[in-house]
Ligand binder design. Structure first.
Ligand code: FES
Ligand code: FES
Length: 156
């Protein structure tokens, strides 16, 4: 299989790599970059656990090839908070409002909510539910997640 050279900014760090053309962006982040906060659940675009930001848009890393991110700015859950470890407002709201239990889905929800609030700082209940409709959680029953996003919105 053909290998391709790519240059990607990941959480503000410029990375160069030569990767197989069919390597997914999720595997590039997890294996090549060691950023295992991007979780893989379904690996076919259904669960949202692998959601990351590419040039500011929430995308599913399991549905993109790494070569498609050539030249892009990628943000994973590891890059959402401050460099000193301070949680982002969305992360803090998930902690404060019991928005997680096992945590498997959490990176994807946090990224989706972050993308929503950057685009729409005062979303309606319908807009919040719509923005999170592509993320699945098997633990929480969603109420804590919705409360967290409402709280983060009210603080933004
Ligand atoms: S692992 Fe990508 S959407 Fe489920
Ligand atoms: S907290 Fe366990 S899947 Fe959502």
């Amino acid at each position: 299989m053909t290998d391709v050279s790519i240059r990607v900014s990941v959480n503000g760090i410029a990375r160069r790599a030569t990767v197989p053309a069919r390597l997914t962006l999720a595997d590039f982040l997890r294996v090549n970059c060691g950023l295992t906060g991007t979780h893989l659940g379904c690996e076919h675009g259904v669960c949202g656990a692998c959601t990351i930001l590419v040039d500011g848009d929430a995308v599913r890393a399991c549905l993109m090839f790494a070569v498609q991110a050539d030249g892009a700015e990628v943000t994973t859950i590891e890059g959402i908070g401050e460099p000193d470890g301070t949680l982002s407002p969305v992360q803090a709201a998930f902690r404060d409002h019991h928005g997680l239990q096992c945590g498997f889905c959490t990176p994807g929800f946090v990224i989706s909510a972050t993308a929503l609030l950057r685009e729409n700082p005062s979303p309606s209940e319908h807009e919040i539910r719509d923005a999170l409709s592509g993320n699945l959680c098997r633990c929480t029953g969603y109420q804590g997640i919705l409360a967290a996003v409402r709280a983060a919105a009210s603080e933004s």
